[in-house]
Design a protein around this ligand. Structure first.
Ligand SMILES: [Zn+2]
Length: 94
């Protein structure tokens, strides 16, 4: 019977903690074995965790001076601070 463990799993360069991973232990040498099917399940869970991170919302920390300058530019361009910053980021990434 497998035991269930919480494991760290690296997927596309990011490490995710996966709960309830079924791990078999060899009766002879004690080596822990994870089936290919369980690894595929871990990949699927990691992919779902990765995708759910990108909601389009995050907190950005900048200096008070930059905050003020961006706010002034937004007013000048008749758009929200959010639109101002998003537009500038889009432009910089091309
Ligand atoms: Zn063994």
């Amino acid at each position: 019977m497998p035991i269930e463990k919480r494991l760290s799993f690296t997927y596309e360069g990011e490490t995710y903690r996966i709960e309830g991973v079924k791990v078999f232990r060899c009766d002879h040498c004690g080596e822990e074995i994870i089936t290919a099917e369980e690894i595929r399940r871990m990949e699927k869970v990691a992919r779902q965790k990765m995708e759910s991170q990108f909601t389009g919302k995050f907190i950005l920390r900048v200096s008070p001076d930059l905050h003020q300058r961006l706010s002034q530019m937004a007013r000048k361009n008749r758009r929200s601070l959010n639109q101002e910053v998003a537009s500038r980021l889009e432009e910089s990434l091309g």
